[in-house]
Write a protein that binds this ligand. Structure first.
Ligand SMILES: *Cc1c(COP(=O)(O)O)cnc(C)c1O
Length: 368
């Protein structure tokens, strides 16, 4: 048996006819950018995340990174400003901040891989302008304390929901808490396109209009440019294919939740620490991330059995070459760094068979 870390083809073949029909329809329509598929997707995704509140809006963009950096830009966060972010996130979260020349202030994670709500306040300064929360691995973060801090210090709240489509905190969808909820639809995400795509969920029409203008060269009306913008449009084919996937998202998430429950019930090995969700939160299990002090030995052992794994992420942003200029040395975020040395994502994907999962479970349980 050979089990790969992910099998995106299975997600395609599950609804092959629907995807192919949609792609053909868009190809034959003669309209490929900023059309009806995008409008419909924005409205449907907004309903999915916000339970149809009419003072909230979705704007489609070209990627998750665009969602993040344009969010901070339109919230007027710039050079000299500080944004609080967890140390153990994907580097794109941090780039969303630093593309605007703002400074990331890293916070250590809690036992649920989330930003530790008890460690934020001590890092708030008179330069702090926003908190960025990443709902990492599909696990929703606890939001109550963070929302309180945002109110108390008048901070903007941005959510990185690139891994958490459909996850809930206190029964509210991730992406519906912040001033801006940022989503990626990169193919491997729980709601994946067949190319690059992203979106934001925002709280008022004015901000939504700013995003719509910014994504299209800063123009509302063709060739009348009000601001210097970007080209960050979510194209019609991707929007159409995302509408197909969105219809099935709850079912796809339910399958991953079941796979995660199987792992949590069946993996029994004193060398392995299993992931757990925080109280009052749910996970859509974008990844199933275990921890192991002998991680590198475990990777080789699983490799020998043809089981593929991935480390999310081996180098925390503050230690990456790109952020050398921040001057943070090894040891400055010990919990984050220890996670980077011990986490391992094991295979979990839509269409994973019972036999494949049993094979992975048996292999992990026999690891010594
Ligand atoms: C995937 C991802 C992004 C970036 O999304 P892209 O669409 O690849 O630009 C940002 N943050 C997190 C946490 C991600 O997982």
């Amino acid at each position: 048996m050979n089990v790969m870390p992910n099998r995106m083809d299975r997600g395609f073949y599950k609804y092959q006819q629907e995807f192919e029909n949609k792609a053909l329809n868009v190809l034959r329509s003669g309209w490929y950018i900023l059309g009806q598929e995008l409008k419909s997707f924005e409205s449907e995704f907004n309903s999915y995340i916000t339970d149809k509140k009419d003072d909230e809006y979705c704007v489609g963009l070209a990627s998750g990174l665009d969602a993040l950096w344009i969010a901070f830009k339109l919230l007027d966060i710039k050079k000299g400003d500080e944004v609080i972010v967890q140390g153990n996130t994907y580097i794109a979260s941090v780039m969303g901040i630093t593309i605007n020349d703002a400074t990331p202030i890293f916070i250590e994670p809690d036992e649920y891989f989330a930003i530790d709500p008890d460690k934020i306040e001590e890092k708030i300064s008179d330069k702090t302008r926003a908190i960025l929360v990443t709902h990492l691995y599909g696990m929703a973060s606890r939001m109550d304390k963070i929302i309180e801090l945002c109110k108390k210090y008048n901070l903007k709240l941005v959510e990185d929901c690139a891994q958490s489509h459909g996850a809930r905190s206190e029964n509210k969808m991730t992406g519906s808490f912040g001033d801006v909820g940022c989503f990626s639809f990169y193919p491997s995400k729980n709601l994946g396109a067949f190319g690059d795509a992203g979106a934001v969920i925002v709280k008022n029409e004015e901000l939504a209009e700013k995003f719509k203008m910014f994504r299209n060269y800063g123009s509302e009306k063709r060739y009348y440019n009000k601001v210097v913008g970007a080209n960050s449009r979510l194209d019609e084919i991707q929007a159409g294919l995302l509408r197909v996937r969105l219809k099935h998202l709850d079912e796809l998430n339910a399958e991953k939740i079941m796979l995660a429950e199987n792992y949590s019930r069946e993996i029994k090995n004193p060398e392995i620490v299993l992931p757990k969700t925080a109280p009052q939160t749910s996970s859509v299990w974008h990844q199933y991330v275990i921890r192991c002090e002998k991680r590198d030995k475990l990777i080789n052992y699983l490799n020998d059995k043809n089981i593929g794994t991935i480390i999310h992420y081996p180098i925390p942003p503050h230690l990456s070459e790109a952020y050398k200029y921040l001057g943070l040395s090894k040891g400055s975020l010990p919990i984050t760094e220890h996670l980077a040395n011990t986490v391992l994502s094991i295979p979990i994907y839509n269409g994973m068979t019972e036999l494949e999962q049993e094979y992975v479970i048996d292999a992990i349980n026999s690891f010594r």
